[in-house]
Design a protein around this ligand. Structure first.
Ligand code: SIN
Length: 551
């Protein structure tokens, strides 16, 4: 549950400058804050209550190789295999070799992972060649990591939090990011703008699952950090690679609740409408094939064409755990069991309807191995960043580890770069006026955008679909621009702008990559084409897509 116990907003003193500004209070932001706070004042900004982040919702766990060099080498091999030829090897090497140290540190800071006696319990998930996933409270790993990091941060007098506060824009002077404009009190009828200067700004605001109508991500995941970094001139990378989690709950009118891959790790089957276990037709690893393969298989099994009318018919696809009689499924998956019980479903006895949903953005703000973006003074870590560590498809449960490892490294780079303090900004605290009618229109545009993205830039793409998506995109953008000109900035206005910007990057990058690789599947180019596309796509500040190696 999000933490609502802190005061509404707590900026450091009354000043409007800070040493280090961190946008996002998930695993990457909090891990960076822990290092930076030994060297200066840190302000961590979070859009809703503390704890409301993608991190908090991660169920399955954190992948880590704790048994020495062979284990580490195998973790690297699995990460590269899932990434389908696009993993930036130096980044993945860092992930798997520094991961164990970061997880041990987290345990020292109080994170409780599930154990049998003293032994940590290890689960298996798709495309992992052996069990290596730590979990907490069965299926609430992200919430436990978030709890432990927040408790650690609270002990530090130089870490300050601003909750219900979001990024409105980055302030750039002489090609250097020197601070940001923040929208504060986003939950109140009259939010306010505040400028703040910082020696360094770290974007750790997570992904953008809300760009799709079907997503496992919480409402806060609207890609603001990525979109606003891009608007400030930072390069983005690999924006066509959006991972769709294969198994989100598929009940009408119910949010696409995540049904962890750990269910299949424990042995769950996938069945189609005829009750057939179909994965053998798609991959030798069956239900534990890489996530993109399973997601596409479910999408294909979940659709049929009516022979009389030619219309598409949706068919159910199910997770089936009824044969797993030796496991107490309610004990192993308490959170999932509770949610399903609200809908009269039980893991042990029911077929659970599933379908894929947008889950994780492999692309993001292009960074080096230490979180430096293409703009001086601006750093990124976690899902908002693209180091290339996941390539074209993230290995399950690598993202919490990514946040820890690259959050710590970004803090190290910020300290090493030692950028000088900037003049405090003119605060320009402005009271906002009511803007409900404009918020409603912004939300209507966002809703149309999400449906368009699901249909035209979802799991199965082709040139005609992506072009139709772009045709629909431009009128939405025009409507938004005329609206944004008149509107006072509010959360809805900023978020819709960010979603539009993110959607455009995805559409444009997906159109340019005329091959299929990892999570990006083009029906008109179904093969991987290493000769032309074994490189990362970069969107530069003029909106041009280039192909380059990372690093
Ligand atoms: C899951 O539990 O299936 C999600 C974990 C992840 O996305 O890595």
């Amino acid at each position: 549950m999000p933490d609502t116990s802190r005061p509404h907003i707590s900026h450091p003193g009354t000043t409007n400058n800070v040493d280090y500004l961190i946008i996002g209070a998930g695993v990457a932001g909090l891990r960076a804050a822990a290092t930076l706070a030994d060297h200066g004042d840190v302000l961590v900004v979070t859009k809703e209550a503390l704890g409301e982040s993608n991190t908090n919702y991660a169920q399955g766990g954190i992948a880590v190789a704790l048994s020495g060099p062979e284990d580490i080498a195998l973790h690297l091999k699995d990460t590269e295999y899932a990434g389908d030829g696009l993993v930036h090897r130096p980044a993945a090497e860092i992930l798997v070799t520094e991961g164990p140290r970061r997880v041990e540190e987290l345990i020292q800071w109080g994170a409780n992972f599930d154990r049998h006696g003293n032994e940590l319990l290890l689960a298996r998930e798709a495309a992992h060649s052996l069990p290596r996933i730590l979990h907490a409270n069965g299926d609430a790993t992200g919430a436990e990591i978030s709890r432990a990091l927040l408790a650690h941060a609270r002990q530090h007098p130089r870490i300050h939090f601003a909750d219900w506060t979001m990024l409105h824009g980055l302030i750039v002077k002489d090609n250097r990011v020197i601070g940001a404009t923040l929208l504060t009190h986003t939950d109140a009828p009259n939010p306010a703008l505040q400028r703040i200067s910082a020696r360094a700004t770290l974007i750790a605001s997570g992904g953008a699952g809300q760009v799709y109508s079907d997503t496992t991500n919480p409402a806060v995941a609207t890609g603001d950090g990525i979109a606003l970094a891009s608007q400030a001139g930072a390069e983005l990378a690999d924006m066509e690679f959006y991972q769709f989690h294969p198994t989100a709950l598929a009940l009408p009118g119910v949010p696409r609740f995540l049904l962890s891959e750990a269910l299949r790790g424990e042995g769950a089957y996938l069945r189609n409408a005829q009750g057939e276990r179909f994965m053998e037709r798609y991959h030798e690893l069956l239900e534990l094939a890489p996530r993109d393969v399973v997601a596409r298989a479910i999408a294909r099994e979940g659709i049929a064409v009516d022979s009389a009318s030619g219309a598409s018919i949706e068919l159910p696809v199910y997770l089936d755990l009824r044969h797993l009689t030796s496991i107490d499924l309610t004990e192993r998956f308490p959170g999932i069991s509770r949610f399903l019980a609200q809908h009269n479903l039980t893991l042990a006895s029911d077929l659970i309807p599933v379908r894929p949903a947008a889950h994780y953005l492999m692309g993001g703000i292009r960074t080096d191995l230490d979180g430096r973006s293409s703009l001086k003074g601006l750093y990124a870590a976690g899902e908002a960043a693209c180091t290339g560590v996941h390539g074209a498809n993230r290995l399950a449960s690598n993202s919490l580890l990514e946040g820890l490892v690259f959050g710590a490294r970004a803090a190290g780079a910020i300290l090493a770069d030692a950028l000088p303090a900037e003049e405090p900004q003119q605060s320009e605290l402005e009271t906002q006026h009511g803007s409900e009618p404009l918020d409603a229109e912004a939300q209507a545009i966002a809703a149309e955008l999400k449906t368009m993205m699901w249909r035209h830039a979802g799991l199965l793409r082709d040139e005609a679909g992506l072009r139709s998506g772009l045709d629909l995109f431009w009128p939405m953008l025009e409507r938004y621009e005329s609206l944004a000109d008149k509107a006072q900035p509010t959360r809805a206005i900023i978020e819709t702008g960010s979603l539009l910007e993110t959607a455009w990057m995805i559409l444009k990058s997906a159109l340019e990559r005329k091959e299929s690789r990892g999570a990006h599947f083009r029906e008109d180019h179904p093969k991987r084409n290493d000769a032309q596309y074994a490189q990362h796509s970069i969107v530069n500040d003029e909106g041009v897509v280039l192909y380059e190696p990372l690093g």
